[in-house]
Write a new protein. Structure first.
Length: 493
């Protein structure tokens, strides 16, 4: 799974899972890999499956090995070359992901750019969607809303094209966070709910947890604190089940912020400290900056200006190091309040001016226009796609109907041809039969004539025989006369 970024409003939340149980097996296979292409594949798989702390350990040598293999084979076949480039692109993306998590934005963009160039060359659409999303998240964190929305939309188009529902859900969530930044609550909730529905449809638990937290933040911003805590708690429960440490830290921080809003400062302090401990453990610099600022605000509310200043300053330094505008803005705002409370008017004014500058760079008319334009563009393109899909469906049905009509027509023609052939066969048989009947009639007449002639001849023969017999009878003395004559002679004696 390529490393991709899904925004939780207070933090950047990577779509990662707990340590894969096969990491040790992959590492053993890598150690004994008999050839380089297998070694490269295992390195990339390990960079995908391992904890964040070990990603560079596997991704960096993967890039080096891919370059060596590409150099060794000057004219590789297309399939082999594409396989090497694909693995190199994944490794570059994962390196960029780590730099992004560490707040090294320049390096992250450089690696993302290298990965994107390869993915465009080999037409790896899922890879391009991932990179566009991750770059969009960097621009969003730097307050460059127009650029962020542009990259999110480019990623979203690809995900919809390839039917990547998980990717679509993540991007809808990220776009919702853009509108949350712009204080466009209705639009933000709309995108979050679309994202949640999509995640639920594919049973993506981590994504569900992220969006639940983001919806909770919407309710928190509307002072609907009971609903906010309900959503945060649901999200936290899921993140604990899947052992998503960064997600757990985010949820704890959000719950702390809600208790802070309820003026239950000790509860808030407890949750912030729990969150900070996890963020330091996983080296989440943006999360640490946020927690420092939250702790500073609690101490400020408790009149402990020294501790408040310490944490606010740490937050500002770290926020500037990673270049995340929203975090700089929050830290400058808190420092302005602390200096004002301490009677340091010049310091308060200086920090307040910085706060206004950074705030206006995030929420301004141009960004609002850009976000509205992108929303309208997305809705238009979505409707256009729906219309195209409906038209395609109608075209398909029409084509199927035409095909059906053609089949029926061909069947009728075939049947007619069969009938014609059968009729011709029957007609031919009829003619043959008729000729045979005529021949038989003629032969019968000949036989009858021969029979009559034979009968006549037989009659003539019989008549001749009878005539001859009469003549014979007339010439021969009758036997009775002879007998009588003999008897007379005998008596005379």
């Amino acid at each position: 799974m390529k490393k991709t970024i899904t925004i939780l409003f207070l933090f950047i939340c990577p779509v990662l899972f707990a340590q894969n149980p096969v990491v040790d097996s992959l590492a053993l296979l890598l150690k004994n890999a008999p050839y380089d292409t297998l070694k490269l594949r295992l390195l990339v798989e390990l960079s995908e499956a391992c904890d964040e702390a070990d990603i560079l350990k596997y991704a960096t040598p993967a890039v080096t090995l891919a370059n060596e293999l590409l150099t060794k084979t000057p004219n590789p076949n297309a399939k082999y070359k594409k396989g090497l480039l694909s693995k190199k692109a994944v490794a570059l993306n994962n390196i960029g992901y780590i730099y992004q998590q560490q707040g090294q934005v320049k390096e992250a963009l450089d690696y993302y750019g290298q990965s994107l160039t390869i993915q465009q060359e080999i037409n790896d659409k899922p890879g391009m969607a991932t990179i566009f999303n991750n770059i969009g998240t960097i621009y969003r964190s730097r307050g460059q809303v127009k650029e962020a929305l542009d990259y999110y939309n480019r990623s979203l188009k690809i995900c919809e094209e390839i039917n990547d529902k998980r990717g679509v859900a993540g991007l809808l969530n990220n776009m919702g966070s853009i509108y949350k930044d712009q204080e466009q609550i209705k639009e933000a909730l709309d995108y979050y709910n679309q994202s949640l529905k999509t995640y639920q449809g594919i049973n993506e638990m981590l994504g569900i947890a992220v969006v639940l937290n983001n919806i909770g933040l919407i309710y928190k911003s509307q002072n609907q604190l009971k609903d906010a805590l309900d959503y945060f708690s649901k999200g936290l429960k899921i993140q604990q089940q899947i052992n998503d440490k960064q997600g757990i830290a985010n949820a704890l921080n959000n719950i702390g912020a809600t208790y802070q809003q309820k003026q239950q400062l000790n509860e808030a302090l407890n949750y912030y400290n729990q969150s900070l401990k996890i963020q330091q453990e996983i080296n989440d610099k943006e999360g640490i900056s946020v927690s420092f600022n939250c702790l500073g605000y609690i101490y400020f509310k408790q009149k402990n200006n020294a501790l408040a200043l310490t944490y606010a300053t740490k937050s500002l330094v770290l926020a500037k190091e990673i270049g995340y505008v929203q975090r700089i803005c929050n830290a400058e705002n808190l420092l302005s309040k602390i200096d004002s409370a301490k009677g340091n008017g010049m310091g308060a004014l200086m920090h307040y001016k910085q706060y206004i500058t950074y705030r206006d760079s995030i929420v301004n008319t141009e960004n609002r226009k850009a976000s509205i334009q992108k929303q309208l563009q997305y809705e238009f393109e979505k409707k256009e796609l729906a219309t195209k899909a409906a038209q395609d469906k109608l075209d398909t049905l029409h084509a199927q109907e035409k095909q059906k009509q053609r089949i029926i027509m061909y069947a009728i023609i075939g049947l007619l041809l069969l009938v014609i052939v059968f009729a011709m066969f029957m007609y031919t048989r009829f003619r043959i039969t008729k000729r045979q009947k005529i021949i038989i009639e003629k032969q019968k007449q000949l036989v009858d004539k021969a029979y009559d002639q034979l009968h006549e001849k037989n009659k003539e023969v019989m008549d001749s025989i009878r005539y001859a017999k009469r003549i014979q009878n007339a010439l021969i003395t009758p036997e009775k006369y002879i007998s009588n004559s003999l008897n007379k002679l005998m008596n005379k004696k």
